[in-house]
Design a protein around this ligand. Structure first.
Ligand code: CA
Length: 219
């Protein structure tokens, strides 16, 4: 992993670069806040000192956050609660006080980068309408806190509808999205699945029929 080590102290910076290299990372040493603001695209993760020669690290963090989601672990001598809270609120993914233990630092780098990879790949998307909660990522549905067992096709149908709450979705769009093509032959299939979906959700009126066109989720 390419790790930007933003640290003006050569003793600390060199030790970090050496340790990270020894553990298979690809560290890039930077000494000023301006360096990371210009070079953040070269980094998969940023280790950020707060006491920098050209700017306050918290300020650098805020500026960085306005242009990038790169994971940031603050590594600083400031151990007062106010700084920790400001660091985390300012967009740091983690906060470590110097001198950090190497194994802990490596573990935290690992956790933060894993979390950011997961977040980037699979944003958790849920839709809540009344007491119905649909998790589009996990493909689960709950009604009044109870799981509703849907078939794959029923879930696909539901997902298309709830992505446009309050908007009319045509039969054509539903069949294209769920079956891949709007064949006349499966038009009846759509009705069958829609009937089953409505029965399982047991919330009359939640899916309205728009005569001659299609369906709508919500009121
Ligand atoms: Ca410093």
């Amino acid at each position: 992993m390419r790790i930007a080590v933003v640290e003006d102290d050569d003793g600390v910076g060199d030790a970090l670069v050496e340790a990270l290299t020894a553990h298979g990372h690809d560290p890039v040493r930077m000494r000023r806040g301006a360096d990371i603001l210009l070079g953040h695209r070269e980094a998969d993760l940023v280790l950020l000192d707060l006491g920098l020669p050209d700017a306050d690290g918290l300020q650098v963090l805020r500026q960085l956050r306005s242009v990038s989601d790169v994971p940031v672990v603050v590594l600083t001598a400031r151990n007062d609660e106010r700084s920790v809270v400001r660091g985390l609120r300012g967009g740091a993914d983690d906060y470590l006080v110097k001198p950090a233990r190497l194994a802990e630092l490596l573990a935290r780098i690992e956790v933060v980068s894993r979390r950011s990879r997961v977040a980037a790949q699979e944003p958790v998307r849920t839709v809540t309408t009344g007491d119905i909660v649909i998790d589009l990522t996990a493909r689960t549905v709950e009604a009044a806190g109870e799981p509703v067992a849907l078939t794959a096709k029923e879930f696909d149908l539901l997902a298309v509808l709830v992505e446009r709450p309050g908007s009319a979705v045509s039969r054509q769009q539903l069949m294209d999205a769920v079956w891949g093509d709007a064949y006349v032959a499966i038009s009846r299939s759509l009705d069958v699945h829609m009937t089953a979906l409505r029965a399982k959700l047991a919330r009359p009126g939640l899916i309205s029929t728009i005569r001659g066109y299609g369906y709508r989720w919500g009121n």
